[in-house]
Design a protein around this ligand. Structure first.
Ligand code: LMR
Length: 333
């Protein structure tokens, strides 16, 4: 009798353990992807495409939830959340990594890249790729670079020459390089999260900012800024990042499929980004609420001269080699 019930007990326990394992095996892996921009921007579109392809290729095995517009975590909180495991994918702008890897500040140096193609060539170079793994000791793995595009200036007054910016308050991302860039113009930079930009400009807490056409248009910045200056003085691009432990802990087949999907999405985002930015620029033109100032080559050279002293200030942190590799990317092979 005792023998029988022991057997029954063992059997019942092993069944329920097997049941639990089965249930665990069946539960899709939850991947939260949070970002701060609107859905019709390059990053917004990329996150949605990643969800679509990942769920199509790994049916029932992964569930991707996308949180745009700082709806889950905004600037300032998102990296911490990634390290705590509260979110699994982020794509912060490359200006937001200075606390994790000083070398990534290379992307913020004004006028270091002639255009987005140069940015792309640098990202694909050995030095560019090395930055993707530069934060692994801190628990962050870079999976890909996604483009947004080149930055333009905006203000409540016309900016033709560097001296026009003097004394104005400019919103900057949380980046020491960008802070210095505006100080070099004798302007007053104010670090502010992306979600606060519209209100900051509307209420006059800041008088101007810098961003891409897609970010301006999607945040309706043209409603609260009279002038844009097409300066193309820097880039806003992204590193898609994940928690290293989470990523390495995924089942091998899931991880390799997600990496393949990330590769495809990256190609697509980087192909579409320029067109999305140009469409946003056109929306701003059509809205007729602001003026877009185009610079002559001489005027652009003046802005470059005014901002370039910033390179020297960050050379030790970023590394001379890294700066040379970035400059080399300006000439196509
Ligand atoms: C910003 O804060 O201006 C950008 O980083 C926003 C973004 O993610 O494009």
């Amino acid at each position: 009798m005792l023998k029988l019930s022991m057997q029954a007990l063992v059997c019942a326990v092993s069944l329920s353990v097997a049941g639990m394992l089965h249930a665990a095996g069946n539960a899709p892996i939850s991947i939260k992807f949070a970002h701060v921009v609107a859905e019709h921007t390059p990053k917004g579109q990329g996150a949605l495409l990643f969800k679509k392809l990942a769920e199509e290729r790994l049916p029932g095995r992964v569930r991707v939830e996308v949180y745009p517009n700082s709806s889950l975590f905004g600037d300032g909180k998102e990296m911490e959340a990634l390290l705590l495991g509260d979110v699994q994918l982020l794509a912060p702008s490359l200006a937001k990594f200075e606390h994790y890897a000083k070398q990534i500040q290379i992307f913020d140096l004004p006028f270091i890249f002639d255009d987005i193609h140069a940015v792309d060539r640098f990202q694909q170079s050995p030095q560019g790729k090395s930055l993707l793994t530069s934060m692994e000791s801190k628990g962050i793995t870079g999976l890909a670079y996604w483009h947004n595009g080149m930055k333009q200036l905006s203000a409540n007054k016309a900016l033709h020459e560097p001296k026009d910016a003097r004394g104005l308050k400019f919103r900057v991302q949380a980046s020491a390089v960008l802070d210095e860039q505006f100080k070099a113009l004798r302007a007053a930079p104010r670090k502010m999260s992306f979600a606060e930009v519209y209100q900051g400009l509307q209420t006059g807490v800041v008088n101007g900012t810098e961003n891409t056409w897609s970010n301006y248009e999607s945040q309706k910045v043209h409603e609260v800024q009279k002038f844009f200056t097409e300066s193309n003085h820097g880039a806003i691009d992204y590193m898609v990042i994940t928690n290293t432990k989470f990523w390495n802990g995924l089942p091998e087949d899931v991880r390799s499929e997600l990496e393949a999907v990330m590769g495809e999405v990256t190609v697509e985002v980087n192909k579409q980004a320029e067109a999305l930015n140009q469409a946003s620029r056109q929306t701003i033109v059509d809205a007729k609420t602001s003026e877009i100032i185009e610079l002559t080559p001489e005027q652009r050279a003046e802005w470059r001269k005014a901002m370039q002293p910033v390179w020297q200030k960050f050379e030790d942190q970023i590394g001379k080699d890294m700066i040379e590799a970035a400059q080399a990317a300006n000439s196509a092979p």
